[in-house]
Write a protein that binds this ligand. Sequence first.
Ligand SMILES: C[S@@+](CC[C@H](N)C(=O)[O-])C[C@H]1O[C@@H](n2cnc3c(N)ncnc32)[C@H](O)[C@@H]1O
Length: 211
Amino acid sequence: MANQRNIEDYWCDAESPKVQLWFRNEESWSPEDERWTTRPDVTFVREFLAPRFSGRRVLDLGAGSGRFVHLWRAAEVELVSADWSPPLLKMLEERSRAHGARSEALDITKGPLAEEFDLVFATMFLIHLHPSKIRAAIRNIDRMASRHLCFTTWSEPGCYDDEGTEKLQSFSHDYPTLFAEVGWKPILNVGVAYGEKSLEEKNRLWYLEKG
Ligand SMILES: C[S@@+](CC[C@H](N)C(=O)[O-])C[C@H]1O[C@@H](n2cnc3c(N)ncnc32)[C@H](O)[C@@H]1O
């Protein structure tokens, strides 16, 4: 079974194939690229969330190399972006500094930041938390959220929270149960399609309020 150490190396070791792939993608990534600007989570942040949270405190969790930083800052959100991967954090720090925002190193399975946010946002993130760690992560997220949360999720039918798996990424969680356990009430729970592959049934966007 994959352990947390294997998963940490996969995301955090600069030599890992995953991080190397991210570096290669970063070379060709552009904030103007239509494949990026039309992504549902990008559109939702730009058109709805960032303007709504203008001047308020937002945590972007598992922010990777910081591709969302300019979207939040264009609406003058008071932004903190967090990730656990030192090589990705380096890029995240640079982008945050360039846009007048903050970045923090954080492994969400180990604890929260000692701060509260008007909105905790995470896209393409919960999917990568191991089933044995997802409940600890959700509790830590809950401690930082004063009221609103927004996530994109992916899951196959037949989730396996609390079970073992050989996988290092893309875990399928039972989100309705996990969110209900901490008292997060869905305001929006909608299917979203990424790219040409229409995965509306698997990809969802959640906007939640603490009970
Ligand atoms: C698929 S990337 C998504 C990045 C960004 N949200 C985006 O859409 O561009 C997943 C991110 O989650 C981070 N991550 C995975 N496990 C984490 C953990 N336990 N604590 C903090 N960050 C984690 C990875 O380092 C990676 O940057």
